[in-house]
Structure formats: structure tokens, C-alpha cells
Ligand binder design. Structure first.
Ligand SMILES: Cc1ncc(COP(=O)(O)O)c(C=O)c1O
Length: 392
């Protein structure tokens, strides 16, 4: 047998269905078909100018060499201060690491702490990377339910039923991609309680933390709960709030002991995040937040519109998203599978993602991103409505 084949651990690591959908939609667009693109979670804004200027200034000042593995000290300090002030987390700058995107934190967290055979608990549904990276570590994903009938909150008994001697880690994406939900204190306390009782690591993905839209919904960092500081790897990044997806910059906050392990993993994978990119990120944190606040206000306006408009279409329904920029749309009454609905929507000029891409509980749903202009959303709703009415 040829040896020019993938490692066994890569066999379950297929490219995400969203990537295939993007390729399909690109091809149709190249053929002249008008497709509204609601499949990707990419803010439809430019990076604010003052952030770009800071990175350009850093390049012009010759900040183009290897930065420290951990990240530049100025940025680590600013992140520690942000986490302290905004999230109530008391990590020191030495406990912050700068990574090549939040995606890279997910990888370094898993590769640094999961042994082959370990089990990792993931939300069902959850963001695509979490499903695949465990396989790259020889670990096994197990799934805790996040169901619409439970407002996408955690079910204690179901989560407890997953615990075995091999369980090592729980991953939490809050606010959720793809659900648009925010975990309430009770859900976080359930997770924390199970983690403490079973001595588990918690990876808390907080990349959408600032995109929570209603006054009565408060985002809580799980590491602030009793017993959680030293067992949580809090991860975050600049992609969403600052519209910096192409900059590839994220960060982790964890105990000094965990940070030391993560740091070695960063060194042997990417050596460090980009240098001038980090100077841009420092300006992002320390400069005006006004452009991001404007983006947030516009996402909220779009959310409110989509929530009303989609619920107004016969056979479709959704809960009101509380955070991030996704709607998880219930399509069960159409009688179609999620994949059939994705194909049908694409034929009718709207790219959206089949919900089971994010886990089996996503069957019967599709995910739409509202990081797209209001005009696009209005037209997409028109097309979806017409398409669903044709089914009668
Ligand atoms: C929940 C979640 N975590 C992580 C990421 C990856 O972010 P980054 O661009 O910083 O790698 C995304 C991107 O969509 C996401 O939705």
C-alpha cells in the first residue's frame, strides 16, 4: 500500500460542509447567478481605520521581526486589563498568550491537554472546529444537548450521563455559533459544577461576548465561577468585534501552569502570532470602540428585522437570538431535511448552512448569518418566503 496517504487521525477530519457550500455558491455566482451569501460568519465591515493605521505604523517602524512567543508584552497587559475590567477575571499578563486566531487557541488547547483516548464534551450543536480538532489529538467527542425546547440551555442530567473516567475536557461556546443563544447563569453553574466534581478542563470560547443585544441578558465568563479560574482556558479573538478576520489574531487566558504548556504548543506550531498585527490589536483594545459599537447596533437592527420577518413565514420559526450574529431557523414543518433545505435555498438564490453541520441536534434547522447588509437580508427573506410558499 502506498505510504503517500493521510495519517489515520486525519481520516475523520473532513473539510467543513460550509467550505463546500462556499465553493458551490462561488461557482454559481461566477456563472452569473445572483446569490445572497448568508452562510459565513464574517462581519461585513472593514477593520476600523485607526487599527489599520496602527499596524501600518508598526510596519513602518520596523516591527517586522519575530515577536516573543507569548505575544508582545503591551498587548498581553492590555488583554489582562480588559479581562479584569470587563469580565471580572483576574489573570496576570503572564497568564495571557496571543495566538494566530481563536481557531489556533482551540487547536493549541486541545493538542496541549488531550491524550489519545480522552473524551471531550461538546455542545450539540456547536461551532465546526470543535468537532474535528479532537480527532487530530486522538480524542473522542461526546455531545451535550443544547435544544430549542430548552432555550438552548444545558440539561444537567444529560450532561452528567456523558461523564466517564476518560472525560477530560468540556468545551463551551458562549454566545453560541450557530445558535445565537447566550448561556444563563444556571447553565454555567451546571457546567462548572460538573467540571469541578470531575476535575475537568473547561475551554470557554468567548469570541462573541460583546455581541449580546438585550439589557436583560448578561454575558458571564465561566472562569469567574467558584473553582473555575485554574481549570478554564478562556479564549477570545479580534475577528468578530473588530472585524479583523483576516488578521488571524486570538488570545487565551489560563493559569500560569496551563499557560506554560500552551506556550510550548504555540512555539512549535506557529512560533508566534504576527508582529505588526499585534500592534494593530493593541490599538483595537485601547483606542475608540465607537466603530464596533456601531456595528453592534446595526447587527441588533438586523436581528430584530430577521426574527420578525422569518417568524412571519408559514412553516418557519426561530427563537430570538440573544448574541453573536446567527439565526438558527427551525424548518421542520417544511418536511425537508436541513441539507435539502440548504440546496433548495441555494437554488432560490440564498446561501445558508444546513444545521446538522454543527451537530445532530441541528437536523431540522438551518443557520443564517446576519453579518450581511439590511438590503441583502430583506431580499433574502423575500426569496425564502417565495421558495417556501411554492412548497404548499
Ligand atoms: C465560536 C467561534 N470560535 C472561533 C472562531 C474562529 O475565530 P478566529 O477567526 O479568531 O480564528 C469562530 C469563527 O467563526 C467562531 O464562530
Amino acid at each position: 500500500m502506498s505510504k503517500l496517504v493521510q495519517a489515520d487521525r486525519m481520516k475523520k477530519v473532513e473539510l467543513s460542509g460550509i467550505r463546500h457550500l462556499i465553493t458551490k455558491a462561488d461557482k454559481l455566482a461566477a456563472q452569473g447567478k445572483d446569490i445572497i451569501r448568508l452562510e459565513i460568519g464574517r462581519p461585513d465591515y472593514d477593520t476600523p481605520k485607526h487599527i489599520k493605521d496602527a499596524a501600518i505604523k508598526a510596519i513602518n517602524e520596523g516591527k517586522v521581526h519575530y515577536p516573543p512567543i507569548q505575544g508582545i508584552p503591551e498587548l498581553r497587559k492590555a488583554i489582562a486589563e480588559k479581562l479584569n475590567k470587563e469580565n471580572g477575571l483576574d489573570y496576570k499578563p503572564e497568564e495571557i498568550l496571543v495566538h494566530g486566531g481563536a481557531s489556533h487557541v482551540i487547536y493549541t488547547a486541545m493538542v496541549s491537554f488531550l491524550n489519545p483516548g480522552d473524551e471531550v464534551l461538546l455542545g450539540n450543536p456547536t461551532y465546526t472546529s470543535y468537532h474535528k480538532v479532537p480527532f487530530m489529538c486522538g480524542a473522542t467527542p461526546k455531545y451535550y444537548d443544547l435544544k430549542e425546547e430548552n432555550n438552548f440551555q444545558v440539561d444537567r442530567a444529560q450532561m452528567e450521563s456523558l461523564i466517564t473516567p476518560k472525560t477530560k475536557m468540556i468545551c463551551v461556546v458562549n454566545p453560541s455559533n450557530p445558535l445565537g443563544s447566550v448561556l444563563n447563569r444556571e447553565s454555567l453553574e451546571i457546567i462548572a459544577d460538573i467540571a469541578v466534581k470531575n476535575d475537568l478542563i473547561v475551554v470557554s470560547d468567548e469570541i462573541y461576548e460583546r455581541l449580546v443585544y438585550d439589557e436583560d441578558k448578561k454575558f458571564i465568563s465561566i472562569a469567574t465561577l467558584p473553582g473555575m479560574r485554574n481549570r478554564t482556558i478562556t479564549l477570545n479573538g479580534f475577528s468578530k468585534w473588530y472585524s479583523m478576520t483576516g488578521w488571524r489574531l486570538g488570545y487565551s487566558a489560563a493559569s500560569a501552569e496551563m499557560t506554560e504548556v500552551l506556550n510550548r504548543s504555540i512555539f512549535y506550531t506557529v512560533t508566534s502570532a504576527g508582529s505588526f498585527v499585534q500592534w494593530g490589536a493593541l490599538e483595537a483594545l485601547e483606542g475608540t470602540q465607537e466603530p464596533s459599537l456601531e456595528m453592534k447596533a446595526e447587527y441588533k437592527r438586523r436581528r430584530d428585522y430577521l426574527y420578525e420577518a422569518l417568524n412571519g413565514i408559514d412553516k418557519l420559526s426561530c427563537l430570538k437570538p440573544e448574541g453573536a450574529f446567527y439565526i438558527f431557523l427551525n424548518i421542520k414543518e417544511t418536511g425537508m431535511t436541513s441539507m435539502e433545505f440548504e440546496d433548495y435555498a441555494l437554488e432560490n438564490g440564498v446561501a445558508l448552512v444546513h444545521g446538522d453541520e454543527f451537530g445532530t441536534n441541528g437536523e431540522g434547522y438551518v443557520r443564517l448569518s446576519y453579518a450581511s447588509s439590511m438590503d441583502n437580508l430583506v431580499e433574502a427573506v423575500k426569496r425564502i418566503k417565495a421558495a417556501v410558499e411554492k412548497l404548499k
